[in-house]
Design a binder for this molecule. Sequence first.
Ligand code: EPU
Length: 400
Amino acid sequence: MTGAKNSVLKLLAATLLAPGRHTLTAVPDIVDVEIMGELLRGLGATLQHDATAGTVTVDVPEEIGHIADYELVRRIRGSFVVLGPLLARCGQARVGLPGGDAIGSRKIDLHIAGLERLGAGVRIEHGDVLAEAAGLKGTSLWLDIPSVGATENLMLAAVLADGTTVIDNAAREPEIVDLAAMLSAMGAQIDGAGTSTVTVTGVDRLRPSAHATVPDRIVAGTLAVAAVMTQGDVTVRGGRADHLEIPLGKLVDAGAQVDLLVDGFRVRMNDRARAVDISTLPYPGFPTDLQPLFVALLSVASGTAIVTENMFDARFSFVDELARLGAEVRTDGHHVVVRGRPQLSSAPVRASDIRAGAGLVVAGLVADGVTEVYDAHHVDRGYAGFPEQLCALGADVRRA
Ligand code: EPU
């Protein structure tokens, strides 16, 4: 199992906090890592990526730049978390405002309100977020929503602040725990990562570290769904079933057999899946990033399911593409009703984002005939060698 995209981007941002040579391992060979690398280079860092070994070394100079270009931030929203480290290291930061996204509005108000509470002056000018602080001061913060990115940006700013910061209603995702583990190895003082209250006591200086990225739970979940849809048998080595309790539980409800192994888990299915309802929520709830995969699965399940998307307001836009494959899907606000059919029928379809693209590829596995997924470059942003991985499991997927 490769390391998690949604962790490694933040780990790369964390390197900016300490001059010296950092080593990250279990780095996935995906486009977003390349873009984030470009962004770090623009700030003065030197990177070496050994894609075969999955290792990235980052040399961070004593003096770093404080301007993160809109062109790069726009391409990967996860890069917005450089704001916290730049502010902490340079006392100022200029980071492109990420703007809209295919899955819906991606606000940053909680990031900004938190940094203001830490003593920063923040304004938006000509499409950039400009932040300044003579010195950040630890304080009590709370988030209206347990935002993953805001929790990370605030942790990354607070580690070098003067005094203690308490973040209430923090996100609890495994990627937050991973970031806290790396920051702790760098000398930061962080308690409570993985719970709703994260406490950060600022230190004067951090040091570089060597850190292995947490396995990607969304890639692992994607392979599990593919196994169930195709009535197959897949072992996900290194997959963390403990990070996927609700999705794997749903697959069991759908009729699959899931076995926990010492190093991963195995998913087996020998029948058509039964319909199960799902509702996305912050971790440990059902992950929004697996919603398109489950909608694809439910489109060939027996029975009718209701899927509720609570995290992003446009994450159902891909269901119209799924309908082109013959799926019976009807959206109503943040719900979609999926009436399972025995079989889908191949068609050309278009990927609008990473997970929608993966959902369409997996749907193509059970569609009658050859399904062509256009704009498949979206999938490469989050899945390393997805076609090759599926082929190794017996599927017939080719990159055109
Ligand atoms: N939100 C606000 N204000 C903010 C921040 C967030 O209202 O200041 C709202 C968002 O609009 C959204 C909700 O809070 O409705 C959750 O957003 P969150 O900040 O938690 O998400 P994120 O950090 O922008 C990360 C992942 C997403 C994943 C979400 C939720 C990265 C790079 N991205 O986004 O991953 O869906 O958490 O788990 O870590 C993907 O990989 O395909 C992907 C979209």
